[in-house]
Design a protein around this ligand. Structure first.
Ligand code: HAM
Length: 529
């Protein structure tokens, strides 16, 4: 019997459905319109990229790279993968000579097959892969040696060594790369920088201004406003001069977009985290670590760990008992070098000139490694604990880190899921959420009325109205009932009378008022609404 188990969207992912998708489309349309007025063009990078791109750009110690990426090896060698899995699962003791010899034979046969593929460049010719051809025979030599000594002395020491080396063989087999290691993108800044380099965009007039919309993937613990597949609307400015006006204009564009969407209760926080030099951020981080070590035993486990890995991230902590301790820590603004200090002051002055309101937050350090100087975040209402609706900042040097020329960069990404949640929370006040063109349900009866209904539907749809034309004849009562269920604004009633007189009946479903109109007058009336 067929397995009838129900399929469901996997944890942390979800279907976006009508009518919500209407709002999603409007928000995206608003992004296209606003960003175009600021001279941005759309880029659509792929959703999969080499894992190494994100590891290098976002940083190996970040939460994103160390635990949240969906990574897989991409190759077509199903059989090699199966043989490898079977070998790795094999388990035996030192005195099981037959098992050992079978395992060795099969492993060496497998390695020979890998060698053939390696020579024909069908698997990656990396130094790590090449090493396997030497390391596996070496490991077996040692295992034979331990086995011989074990049978001579019966010492458990050799049995332990034997099983240690068996594990080493398995680890070597597992680490051999059969194909490229790929990742579903957790963010798109790295992809945009990769594309900038790949397409020689430094030869275009600078700066290059790009925006993108699309899904991102992070294996986070799902909750309201936090998903494993989520959507971002982002923009990046690459190249160009060292001008604080670039930072300010980008932020102005972002706030204009939120304003056009009708997002309520937005708060923009800004900060400068300086640049990686001893007389700037590096010096500050050393000082911060020193101060944190003094209060280490009062901090939680996460913060204690971060004192070593990334002391700046301690400032992100939301733990209540850590707040007074953090409030007393040294602040980065007092440790910025002169250039970064001047840059930060100029960004703030330019924001003032543009009438953009902001709040300074010295604890805003952001969770990705590529940032320097300006960082910013925007929160909005109705989102609970996941209230950051956008994050961004400057990342001069990232393009260079990825193999391109020295290039300045700044950008942001809006969490579209959160933006939508917040707009839905404040529906009545949002022009984007409430804007809707009138919808018309055509209630027809009779063959002649049907032909007229088809024509009317075409005309109204051409004029941009949403039209429902029932595929089968319905009694007028039933038709009106269906129209209200669908939430149509009007019912256009076409029966024998209307066809004969040429005067159509239009019923307003909100107040039940009816009027008779010619085809032309009907169109004019609806267009005026
Ligand atoms: P981010 O702060 O990691 O920055 O993400 C930006 C925004 O994406 C967040 O503020 C949030 O609204 C949304 N977001 C992040 N993770 C999730 C999730 N699991 N579920 C729902 N929404 C989420 C970046 O991604 C940078 N690439 C931004 C940037 C662009 N910086 C410079 N250019």
């Amino acid at each position: 019997m067929a397995n009838k188990s129900k399929f469901q969207a996997i944890r942390g992912t979800r279907d976006l459905l009508p009518p919500d998708t209407t709002l999603w489309n409007r928000v995206e349309q608003t992004a296209h319109e606003v960003f175009t007025t600021y001279g941005f063009g759309e880029i659509r990078p792929p959703v999969i990229e080499p894992t190494e791109l994100f590891a290098r750009a976002v940083g190996g110690d970040t939460d994103i790279v160390s635990k949240e990426m969906y990574t897989f090896e991409s190759h077509g060698f199903l059989e090699l993968e199966q043989v490898r899995a079977a070998l790795i699962q094999r388990s035996f003791k030192i005195d099981d000579v037959l098992m050992f010899s079978g395992f060795e034979q099969q492993t060496l046969d497998y390695v020979t097959k890998l060698r053939e593929k390696f020579d024909k460049v069908e698997v990656p010719r990396t130094p790590e892969n090449e090493q396997l051809f030497q390391s596996i025979p070496d490991l077996f030599k040692w295992m034979h040696d331990f086995s011989r000594k074990y049978f001579e002395t019966e010492s458990d020491l050799y049995a332990e060594k034997f099983s240690e080396y068996l594990t080493a063989v398995k680890v070597a087999l597992r680490s051999f790369r059969l194909g490229d290691v790929l990742t579903l993108r957790p963010e798109a800044t790295a992809s945009v920088c990769r594309a900038y380099i790949e397409h020689n965009m430094q030869q275009l007039p600078q700066p290059v201004k790009l925006y993108y919309l699309g899904p991102m993937f992070r294996r986070e613990r799902p909750q309201k406003g936090r998903y494993r597949q989520f959507y971002q609307i982002g923009a990046e400015i690459l190249g160009g001069p060292d001008a604080p006006a670039i930072d300010a204009e980008l932020i102005e564009m972002l706030m204009t977009f939120f304003d056009k969407c009708g997002l309520q209760g937005t708060e923009l926080s800004i900060n400068s985290i300086g640049h990686a030099a001893d007389n700037c951020r590096r010096g500050y981080v050393a000082k911060l670590r020193e101060e944190l070590l003094k209060v280490k035993d009062k901090l939680g486990a996460d913060s204690q760990r971060r004192i070593e890995t990334n002391p700046l991230r301690v400032l992100d902590s939301k733990l209540e008992h850590e707040q007074p301790i953090i409030a007393a820590l040294p602040r980065i603004a007092d440790h910025l070098c002169d250039e970064c200090k001047t840059h930060y002051a100029a960004v703030k002055k330019d924001l003032d000139l543009r009438g953009v309101k902001y709040r300074e937050n010295w604890r805003l350090v952001r969770g990705l490694d590529y940032y320097m100087r300006t960082t910013f975040e925007i929160t909005a209402q109705g989102l609970g604990s996941q209230n950051a609706v956008c994050g961004g900042g400057r990342y001069d040097g990232l393009v260079e880190l990825l193999g391109g020329p020295p290039t300045k960069g700044i950008g942001f990404a809006i969490g579209e899921d959160r933006l939508i949640l917040s707009l839905q929370d404040a529906k009545s006040q949002s022009p984007v959420a409430s804007r809707q063109s009138p919808s018309v349900f055509i209630a027809w009866m009779g063959g002649r009325a049907y032909a007229t209904a088809i024509r009317a539907a075409k005309t109204l749809r051409n004029a941009g109205f949403r039209v429902e034309l029932p595929a089968t004849e319905l009694k007028f009562g039933k038709a009106l009932e269906r129209a209200s269920k669908l939430g149509s604004h009007f019912a256009l009633i076409l029966g024998d009378n209307e066809i004969q007189s040429g005067e159509w009946t239009l019923k307003n479903l909100a107040n039940a008022e009816q009027q008779k109109l010619t085809e032309q007058a009907l169109l004019e009336y609806l267009l005026k609404l």
